[in-house]
Design a protein around this ligand. Structure first.
Ligand SMILES: [Fe+2]
Length: 281
């Protein structure tokens, strides 16, 4: 696994070759990403007022903080403009948008010092994003809103590119997750995980903590085992992410190796075309 910095676009074919042989790509040249960063900061200011979003956790009560976070996340998720700006980012990285399908575009928040632990556990613990979707040509895009440090970033486990880790892909069920979610009262945590999880201890010896600057975008194969570093800094982490796939990769089975995913059903219906919004079938 190499970390490759790119200051110009690459074509989808080249991207697939690099990602599905385990490399991580960091794009450093997107003007739309700079615009998106600024707009995200404006949006956060709307809900945190004069408080700095990375320190607001120190001033607000848990309830006030989580309330501001969930309002900001909802506004972000509902913004067509923000999403369109990220499509522009993809285009500036060389993605052919007509062949590109995406799932969703969340603003992720990782509080510090284990405060509010429990939120989005399966999204921040060790996992592969191909678990659950069962689509092995899937790619992840990830970008920080504020500065990162080794105590507050995303981590990869390159040994597990070829090595399996025990997990719940065989038994995890999306329908069951949805059912459990619909029965969960607001303000409570859904006890059924939102995605499969590991059931064995991950060897942390060769962990790679990736640092990138706000304005840069990390792109990796969804088959990489990764996690959010438990935030032991004194600042809240904010990042955005999207998962995509390219129809040519799907058709030609250009994809990452599957070393431990026992899920069978590809969840094509999670993905929509960037241009037409048609669901992948
Ligand atoms: Fe992930």
């Amino acid at each position: 696994m190499k970390i490759i910095h790119l200051d110009k676009p690459i074509c989808d074919k080249q991207r697939a070759e690099l990602l599905f042989s385990s490399h991580l790509l960091i794009y450093t040249h997107s003007q739309s990403m700079i615009e998106l960063l600024e707009l995200t900061k404006v949006l956060l200011a709307k809900y945190f007022g004069k408080l700095d979003p990375v320190h607001a956790q120190q001033t607000l009560t848990k309830e006030q903080f989580l309330n501001a976070v969930s309002q900001a996340q909802l506004a972000f998720q509902q913004s067509n403009h923000m999403r369109q700006l990220f499509f522009n980012v993809l285009s500036e990285c060389g993605v052919s948008l007509s062949q590109c399908y995406y799932d969703h575009f969340p603003l992720r928040v990782v509080p510090f010092k284990q405060q509010h632990a429990g939120i989005q556990r399966s999204a921040i613990g060790h996992h592969r994003d191909t678990w659950g979707s069962n689509i092995h040509c899937q790619q992840n895009w990830w970008a920080p809103i504020f500065n990162l440090t080794e105590e507050r970033t995303i981590a990869f486990y390159p040994d597990y590119w070829e090595k399996p880790i025990a997990n719940t892909t065989k038994t995890w069920c999306f329908e069951q997750y949805k059912k459990s979610r619909s029965l969960t009262k607001s303000g409570q945590n859904n006890i059924y995980p939102s995605a499969p999880v590991t059931t064995a201890k991950v060897d942390e010896n060769n962990i790679v903590k990736v640092l990138l600057q706000p304005g840069e975008i990390l792109n990796f194969s969804s088959a990489h085992l990764h996690a959010s570093v438990p935030n032991s800094s004194n600042k809240t982490r904010y990042s955005i992410e999207m998962r995509t796939l390219n129809t040519a990769d799907l058709r030609r089975k250009i994809q990452a190796p599957n070393v431990d995913n026992e899920g069978q059903k590809p969840m094509y219906s999670w993905f929509k075309n960037v241009i037409t919004n048609n669901i992948l079938t």
